[in-house]
Design a protein around this ligand. Structure first.
Ligand code: IDP
Ligand code: MG
Length: 138
């Protein structure tokens, strides 16, 4: 079992896709360990996406991610990190494989419904960012 970090973005919640996306996650054998809903401040969104600072899509990304609530979650399964990246699909829905979350639900490269940690280091950092007191007792 491996743990990763997932987050439903504001477009997911605004478009009432939360149930469908959570069903999809469960149907792909992920177990939800922690989940909450909150509205990110600009400062929090900037901190979460610090690695993209300076890129042309950074400012609109921060605006988007603070436009409504998000649902961060800690999920687990075998090879969770790689598998979740696989099932969400490429950043750009036009390039995302058929049957992936972004291919099915994203409206464009920015409004792509869901975030998934891309490495063990980032999974750890992102879980700690949203769930600082987490204690996943085995
Ligand atoms: P990822 O979410 O697939 O890991 P990243 O490159 O880490 O993609 O970018 C973070 C987020 O920034 C994306 O999910 C998307 O919402 C937004 N983004 C990335 N590249 C672009 C772009 O070229 N145009 C607009 N938004 C982008
Ligand atoms: Mg990324």
């Amino acid at each position: 079992m491996e743990t990763t970090f997932a987050m439903l973005k504001p477009d997911c919640i605004e478009r009432k896709l939360t149930g469908k996306v959570i069903d999809f996650i469960l149907e792909h054998d992920f177990e939800i360990q922690r989940l909450k809903k909150l509205h990110l401040s600009t400062r929090q969104a900037e901190s979460f996406y610090f690695m993209h600072k300076g890129k042309d899509f950074y400012e609109p990304l921060i605006k988007f991610m603070t436009s409504g609530p998000v649902i961060p979650m800690v999920i687990s399964r075998k090879d969770a990190i790689e598998k979740f990246r696989e099932v969400i699909g490429k950043t750009d829905p036009e390039k995302a494989a058929s049957g992936t979350l972004r291919e099915m639900y994203a409206t464009d490269i920015r409004h792509n419904v869901v975030h998934g940690a891309d490495s063990p280091e980032n999974a750890t950092r992102e879980i700690a960012f949203f769930f600082p007191k987490i204690d996943l007792i085995k």
